[in-house]
Design a protein around this ligand. Structure first.
Ligand code: SF4
Length: 348
């Protein structure tokens, strides 16, 4: 039996009926859950004996909100405590017509990309599928009680697995959560609205494409093998040539592209030879480059490429037929931007 955060209607109906309760109560419970209420004791129109039975069966909700921070651009960062101990961060990014939730998949990260703040936090554990899904429920609830003024969207519309952790190093939690997000009896989100970002774990990318062909983003950061060995150490195991073969066979939805993420580090990967290598590596018809402004964190040891230089780098790519955009930082005044998540830091 899955947890309440990912249980489907038919399973909950059978469970309640097995306990001797009418099956229509299952819909009431899931209506609460769909409003982001995961604690059965707070489901006020559900009889007390059902609430007690649910608590006894499912236990405490997988997450509890510890802290919420709001950035000047409307981005919100949440610190959640996991039921089994430890804390994670989740980010909600509002735009004019959409709300994106950036999900964490691990507590810390098993990989060690030197420019990334999460990588500085020791890996502690994988999140369960229920804990991944619960992040979305909690953000939905928050947006419901405190609506956004700078977006016409009233609930999260897009999901990105770009928070703490390498999602493909937690295949079980990733697959469980994707199954629920995509299933027509779960959340029934379109696969075009979900993006999994990975540093490049090749067998797992292949399995993802076979089982859940959602949008794919790769933390590329360099198209030069030696430099990528440093910036994305998993490259030593899965180098660029092998990554290329896997990307070429990843199934894409119509008019969709694989995103190659490229955080720009001054003097490191923003030189003419880096551009040349990138142009040589990218598949112009299937891939696009997302240039990311480096978001500094204490003692990172790297500095950001100036915005003007990033724009020039992007223009040079575009002039050579490559789809390229510059991603502006969101939520950097609350350390909620890319590569800045570190649940230990938020508590201090
Ligand atoms: S960039 Fe991603 S894979 Fe690398 S350390 Fe950070 S969270 Fe982990």
């Amino acid at each position: 039996m899955p947890e309440l955060s990912i249980v489907l209607l038919s399973s909950l109906q059978s469970l309640l009926q097995g306990w001797g309760f009418p099956k229509y109560r299952a819909k009431q419970v899931l209506d609460w859950r769909n409003k982001g209420v995961l604690d059965p004791q707070a489901m006020l129109n559900v009889p007390q004996e059902i609430r007690a039975a649910l608590v006894a069966h499912f236990g405490e909700p997988p997450l509890r909100l510890v802290q919420r921070q709001c950035a000047s651009d409307g981005t919100r960062k949440y610190l959640f405590a996991l039921r089994e101990g430890g804390t994670i961060e989740t980010v909600m990014i509002p735009e004019r017509k959409r709300i994106t939730v950036c999900l964490s998949s691990q507590l810390g990260c098993i990989l060690d990309c030197p420019f990334c703040y999460t990588g500085r936090q020791n890996f502690e554990k994988n999140l369960t599928g229920a804990a991944i899904v619960a992040q979305l429920w909690m953000v939905k609830a928050d947006v419901m009680v405190d609506p956004l003024i700078n977006s016409t969207a009233t609930t999260p519309t897009h999901l990105v697995y770009m928070g703490m952790g390498e999602p493909l190093a937690n295949e079980s939690g990733l697959h469980q959560s994707l199954a629920f997000f995509l299933d027509e009896t779960g959340m029934h989100l379109s696969r075009r609205r979900i993006t999994v970002s990975t540093s490049g774990l090749l067998p797992q990318i292949t399995r993802l494409g076979e089982m859940f062909p959602v949008n794919l983003a790769i933390s590329l950061h360099s198209a030069k093998n030696d430099l990528r060995n440093t910036l994305v150490p998993i490259n030593k195991k899965y180098p660029l040539t092998k990554l290329r073969k896997i990307l070429d066979s990843y199934p894409l939805a119509e008019q969709r592209y694989i995103t190659l993420e490229y955080v720009m580090l001054a003097g490191i990967n923003d030189q003419p030879e880096d551009l040349l290598a990138l142009v040589g590596y990218v598949r112009k018809l299937r891939e696009r480059i997302n240039l990311i402004h480096f978001n500094p964190y204490p003692n990172s040891g790297y500095t950001a490429t100036p915005i003007k230089m990033m724009d020039a780098f992007a223009s040079d790519l575009v002039s050579q037929g490559v789809r390229a955009t510059v991603r502006r930082s969101r939520g950097d005044d609350i350390m909620a931007a890319c590569g800045q998540l570190n649940a230990h830091a938020m508590r201090q």
